[in-house]
Design a binder for this molecule. Structure first.
Ligand SMILES: [Zn+2]
Length: 257
């Protein structure tokens, strides 16, 4: 027997269909299904290799040249991560969210993932709250550039607009969430009366506060996750299973409504 039942999927589809403004929050679980190792938990990169320093951003600022040398010649867990990122492709869970967007139902996807898979699948209303590993960001003017267009002959690379130091767009430990993205996340969460939470236990702030605030305002939360999480008790419907399996079934039901 499946860990979810058909009636729960129907209830989740009804929630989505009757909502005025649906947004999604996604996390590592969705990436794991595309072959990207998780950071924490069993088999996680940091579980096996130890947590990275919590002052990564301060280290970058104090010696950006060295930080870039390490990034361009990664070893250990970072090499493993970069290889997995390069090989990863979107899965049916990513595609299902694109379909919900095309149906005019999903207004925005806030993701904690940095792997570019939502964009590769075709999501256009996307907020990458922890950045995007394929982009480089200026720490002064916040302009973003594709990594392949940047000249790494001299380190650290400099912003073509303002000569500020360039850093990976991926948000480091100790680094504030870029204010442009964070502001838009808050705006979307304030509008939403329904949130689809997929592949995340939603425990890392600031992302964790979005479902809680939507719930407090009377909105519906729908969880798609193999495991119970802290937000499960707040959810209208909690579907236990893989996003790649459940999200397409959810879209199928929404289409039939
Ligand atoms: Zn700049």
């Amino acid at each position: 027997m499946e860990p979810w039942d058909s009636a729960d999927l129907d209830r989740a589809a009804e929630c989505l269909a009757r909502a005025r403004y649906v947004i999604a929050l996604t996390g590592a679980g969705l990436s794991v299904e595309s072959g990207i190792p998780p950071f924490r938990g069993p088999g996680g990169l940091w579980t096996r290799h130890g947590e990275p320093p919590l002052d990564g951003y301060q280290r970058f600022l104090s010696d950006p040249r060295r930080a870039w040398e390490e990034r361009l010649n990664p070893n250990g867990p970072m090499r493993e991560l970069w290889e997995a990122l390069a090989a990863a492709r979107p899965n049916p869970g990513h595609q299902a969210l694109v379909e919900l967007e095309e149906l005019g139902l999903l207004r925005c996807t806030i993701t904690q993932n940095v792997d570019d898979l939502h964009r590769a699948a075709g999501s256009t209303r996307l907020l990458e709250i922890h950045g995007n590993a394929t982009l480089i960001r200026c720490i002064v003017c916040v302009a973003r550039f594709p990594r392949e267009g940047i000249d790494f002959a001299e380190l650290p690379p400099r912003c073509p607009h303002c000569r500020g130091i360039l850093k990976s767009d991926t948000v480091s430990f100790g680094e504030p969430i870029p204010p442009d993205v964070l502001e838009r996340c808050f705006e979307e969460a304030e509008q939403a009366d329904c949130m689809l939470v997929a592949g995340t236990s939603a425990t890392v702030y600031p992302a964790a506060q979005f479902p809680v605030s939507i719930h407090q305002r009377g909105g519906d939360l729908i969880e798609v996750n193999p495991y119970e999480s802290d937000i499960t008790p707040l959810c209208r419907v909690a579907l236990r299973g893989a996003g790649g399996e459940l999200l397409p079934q959810l879209v199928e039901r929404v289409r039939r409504m």
